[in-house]
Design a protein around this ligand. Sequence first.
Ligand code: ADP
Ligand code: MG
Length: 339
Amino acid sequence: MGFFSLTRKLAVDLGTANTVIIEDGKIIIDQPSYVTLNKKTDKVEWVGAEAYRRFEKENNDLSTVRPLKDGVVADLDACEYMIRGMIRMATTKKHFFPTSLKVVVCVPSGSTDVEIRAVRDAAEKAGANEVYLIHEPMAAAIGIGIDVMEPTGNVIVDIGGGTTEIAVISLGGIVNNKSIKVAGDEFTNDIVDYMKVEHGIRIGERTAEEIKKNVGSALEQLDDEPDPYTVVGQDLASILPKTVDVNYHEISTCLDKSITKIETAIGNALDDTAPELYADIFNNGIYLAGGGAQLKGLDKRLQSKFQIPFKIAEDPLYSVANGTYIALQNSDKYTLLFK
Ligand code: ADP
Ligand code: MG
């Protein structure tokens, strides 16, 4: 290595909804996981926030996609473009000298070899000399501050955009893992459908996202009640604009079915857990991570359902990225990274 060369180390959380990159303990990229492709030229026009700005507004030549929509790599090429775009965005931000690049990317624990290879290839094409991977629930647990190497059972429920991942962890390994395709995106779809059926208006995904963040609720009655949220959509009958005040009570009803599916998956994961680990889990509580953990009343609802404390991670949107970064910094201590 030359005199001036540096090794840059990036921790990459490639999420279905958001991509986060940490370097030197700082978040340097926090962008929606979108790419805009030009169908005529097959070129990537925008990546991240710039692509999201154009989502649902593109013309015939442009297509904005979420390469990881359903949790795993849905579109290999688009995924590769996105990873490359994000890493390039991170690496062109500073440093003048040519550097070698070490990257750790987290992958869902159910990823196939093909998906893992796609992620690795994309990182290499973006200039990484060394690429390591880590399983997402393990990264989330480390990010939350759990000592994952201990012989203690811990459960992480990571509710992202495309999937909810439920993992039981002990002794530095994943004992038990369940992944379902019910998470933030599904909540958003529920809201789009609900607005159509109950209020007779058409809204896009972004508006539904805003409803979810403002008046999304897992409980019909919250202690801290949010004000109704006003949206404008297109009236299905008259095709004219229509304003609707949406309250959290109705959104809790609309999300109930999807939340019940998450409850069932958590129940199944707990059912499959050895008794000694279950006892630990009862004592330690279950950690909620991912953006979906912020849904109002969700922790309380799960706690009363399972009679186990549910704790929301301190930075639920960044637990995985933080853990990936810690694993990268301590790769000798944690033998959790793989190639
Ligand atoms: P991923 O890891 O799959 O990229 P994230 O952990 O970044 O997903 O979470 C993104 C999801 O969290 C999105 O569906 C987003 O709408 C949802 N989300 C973010 N904030 C909130 C909130 N306050 N209430 C409910 N859902 C939220
Ligand atoms: Mg995630």
